[in-house]
Design a protein around this ligand. Sequence first.
Ligand SMILES: [Fe+2]
Ligand SMILES: [Fe+2]
Length: 345
Amino acid sequence: MTLNKAKILIVDDDIQMQRYISVVAEAEGYRFRLADDGESALQLLEQEVFDLVISDINMTGMTGVELLTFCQKNYADLAVIMVTGVDDRKTAIFTLEIGAYGYITKPFQPNELIINITNALRRRQLEMENRRHREELELRVAERTAELSRSREETILILSKAAEFRDNQTALHTNRMGSFCETLARLLELPDSLCNRLRAAAPLHDVGKIGISDNILLKPGRLTTEEFEIVKTHCKIGHRILADSTSDILQIGSVIAQTHHEKFDGSGYPYGLKGEEIPIAGRLAAVCDVFDALTSERVYKAPISISDALKIIHEDSGSHFDPAIVEIFLKHADQILEIKSHLSR
Ligand SMILES: [Fe+2]
Ligand SMILES: [Fe+2]
């Protein structure tokens, strides 16, 4: 919009003043419409797009201040100039404070009016450009933030896959762990931010297996007691790998790595934590990890049937698993199975 193509709404209950302003504005090439009071001004604003409102302060019915407030709230790109009598000086200053672009005291010279109109329109244009620029920046920041969090989650997933591959498991197991834990957390109505972090962090549960030697990890036969003791250290190793991170996802990852083999009755490892001493993230991961291991094929074993796996989860409620989580798990087993089939290819 060039400034002199601007469209002005002139609001005044004094018809002579209306005419005076409109003559000056028209002589400068501005388009204009007239309103005798606030109410008809609102109607015109609804029907047409204006760049500037020049409004009297003292009008019968809706006052100029009320009209200004309404415009501020509903028309972000609209500039408003107030026209005031000599006794309205205080009110005029007040209108500047609440967002008017200027005020003119009656009586005024045409020049004074033109200068005010030009200034108001220039300022409006600058503010509109600023706002557009700010919105563009905000959009770019939001895009970059989303990209960063995507790549952060991807990096975490790749790290977990690296650990899982060494253990003859599939990368899909890590993906499923994320989705299972997130789904259960949502069903338990845990906070949204925690649910999102669980999805990203649960794949890291076995990252500590990076620190277990291949001789043990890939041994085809049964492990000796000593060897199994070494395998168990993957919980503490995983915790050590992740614990120092300042990332909230890796922090939860370290908790899951440390506690996903704890059992509700205190018979798990590495610390023999009991009940709610085990963080909720670890209790969730325990159920999901066992269920997925039971129902997945590994080089050394065939999968067991879904119904047998659900039976085991049910039987181990309260001993291995948190009963509240098992209850939700079994009640919504259809959702878990849907993820399983979706993330099995
Ligand atoms: Fe594990
Ligand atoms: Fe696992």
